[in-house]
Ligand binder design. Structure first.
Ligand SMILES: NC(=O)c1ccc[n+]([C@@H]2O[C@H](COP(=O)([O-])OP(=O)(O)OC[C@H]3O[C@@H](n4cnc5c(N)ncnc54)[C@H](O)[C@@H]3O)[C@@H](O)[C@H]2O)c1
Length: 347
C-alpha cells in the first residue's frame, strides 16, 4: 500500500507532547505568551466570525462545539462539562481542537485541549485582571480548588503579580491538593474552612466551582467595595455561582454578550442588563476600572476566540521543535477526483 502524501498529514499534539511543550517552556511563560495571543485577537474582534457555542445539554452535563474564523484560519474546540464526573474518576472538563486553513479547508493542527483549555482560561482571566483588578492587589481568594485552580493562580501571578492565596473548597481534599501544588510553586497559601473566611482581606476573588445548578458560592454580603471578581464556574444555563444582588452592584465585563446572556452569571438578570465587552476595553475604546471602590466582575464563560488564539499559539510554538507527530487523517488521492480509485487500489 502506498504511503500517504504530505498533503494528507496533519500535525497532532498529543497530551504527552502538550505536557512536554508546556514544561519545556515553563507554564508561566506559556500563560504570558497565550495572554499576548488572546489580547491580540481581542483587539481585532470585528475580523472574526462569531456565534454562541453550540451546546448539547443532558441531565449530567453538556457537550459543546466552539467555532470561529478569521480570513486566514478556522478553529473549533470540542469540550464537555460534567460536574459529577470527578466522583467516578472522570474529569469535569476535557477538550480537543482543530485549526484549519480557510483557503483550502484543510486542517493544519489537531491538538489535545484539556490542558490547553485550563491554560487559555487562566490566561484570559489574568489578562482581564490586568485591566480590572484594583491597583496594588496582593491577595486572591480562590473558591473551588479543582482542575482549573492552580492554572488560575499561576496566571494571576505572572500577569497581575499575585503571590498570596486564600483557598476554599467544599471538599477539603481538593483544597489540600491545591495548597500542596501551589506551595511547591512558591505561593503563600492559607487554607480556609469557608468561603466567607477565604474572601477576608482579598482584593481579587476567583470562583471556580463545578455544580450543575444555580449555586450561591458568593453572597452579596461577602463582596466589599473595590474587589475584582473573576467568576469562572457559571458557564451554562442553570449553572451560576453568584447571588444576583452582586451583579446589581458590580460593573460587569463579558466576552461575547449573545453567549454570556445565555450561559453566564447575567442569565439571572433582564435581557438588557448593561455589560461592557472586553475587546473594547482592550482596544482602549471604553474604560475598564474607573474607581478604586468599584466592584468589577469578569463574568467568564469561555469564548471560541480564546481557543482560536490558543490553537494559533500552539501551531506557532511547535514549528521549531518535535512536540508533535504527523497523523494521516485526510484521504489524499493522487488525482483529487479519484477518491474511489484510491480506495479500490488499496486492496
Ligand atoms: N469560563 C471558562 O472559560 C471555563 C473554562 C473551563 C472550566 N470552566 C468551569 O470552571 C469550573 C471548574 O472547573 P474544574 O475543571 O476546575 O472542575 P473540577 O470539578 O475539577 O473542580 C471544581 C471544584 O469545585 C468544588 N465545589 C463545587 N461546589 C462548590 C461550592 N459551592 N463551594 C466551594 N467549592 C465547590 C468541587 O468540590 C471541586 O473541587 C467548572 O464549572 C467548569 O465548567 C469555565
Amino acid at each position: 500500500m502506498s504511503q500517504p502524501s504530505e498533503l494528507a498529514l496533519v500535525p497532532f499534539v498529543s497530551v504527552a507532547n502538550m505536557m512536554r511543550l508546556v514544561m519545556s517552556l515553563g507554564p508561566e511563560q506559556v500563560l504570558a505568551d497565550l495572554a499576548r495571543y488572546i489580547e491580540d485577537d481581542f483587539r481585532r474582534w470585528p475580523e472574526f466570525d462569531k456565534t454562541p457555542r453550540v451546546a448539547s445539554h443532558s441531565r449530567d452535563g453538556v457537550i459543546e462545539l466552539m467555532p470561529t474564523a478569521d480570513a486566514e484560519n478556522y478553529g473549533f474546540k470540542y469540550v464537555n462539562g460534567h460536574p459529577k464526573n470527578t466522583h467516578s474518576g472522570y474529569q469535569t472538563v476535557t477538550a480537543f481542537g482543530v485549526l484549519s486553513s480557510v483557503a483550502t479547508g484543510y486542517p493544519i493542527l489537531l491538538t489535545e485541549m484539556t490542558i490547553l483549555t485550563a491554560l487559555r482560561t487562566a490566561a484570559t482571566s489574568g489578562l482581564v485582571g490586568r485591566y480590572l483588578a484594583p491597583e496594588g492587589a496582593e491577595v486572591m481568594a480562590m473558591i473551588g480548588n479543582g482542575a482549573q485552580c492552580e492554572f488560575q493562580a499561576l496566571a494571576f501571578r505572572v500577569l497581575c503579580g499575585i503571590n498570596r492565596l486564600r483557598l476554599h473548597d467544599i471538599d477539603p481534599a481538593a483544597t489540600a491538593k491545591a495548597a500542596r501544588n501551589l506551595r511547591a510553586q512558591g505561593f503563600e497559601v492559607v487554607e480556609c474552612a469557608s468561603a466567607q473566611t477565604a474572601v477576608e482581606g482579598a482584593q481579587i476573588i476567583t470562583t471556580c466551582t463545578a455544580d450543575k445548578q444555580n449555586a450561591t458560592v458568593l453572597s452579596d454580603n461577602m463582596v466589599g467595595a473595590g474587589v475584582h471578581i473573576n467568576a469562572i464556574g457559571g458557564d451554562c444555563p442553570g449553572k451560576t455561582e453568584l447571588q444576583c444582588d452582586i451583579l446589581s452592584r458590580a460593573s460587569v465585563f463579558v466576552e461575547y454578550p449573545p453567549q454570556t446572556r445565555i450561559e453566564g452569571e447575567i442569565q439571572q438578570m433582564p435581557e438588557d442588563f448593561p455589560v461592557t465587552e472586553l475587546w473594547q476595553v482592550m482596544l482602549g475604546a471604553v474604560p475598564g476600572r474607573t474607581d478604586p471602590r468599584q466592584i468589577t466582575l469578569f463574568d467568564s464563560v469561555g469564548f471560541a476566540i480564546e481557543d482560536f488564539s490558543a490553537l494559533r499559539y500552539v501551531h506557532d510554538a511547535i514549528k521549531d521543535g518535535d512536540c508533535y507527530e504527523l497523523l494521516d487523517i485526510l484521504a489524499d488521492p493522487d488525482d483529487p477526483r479519484d477518491l474511489f480509485g484510491m480506495l479500490t487500489r488499496s486492496a
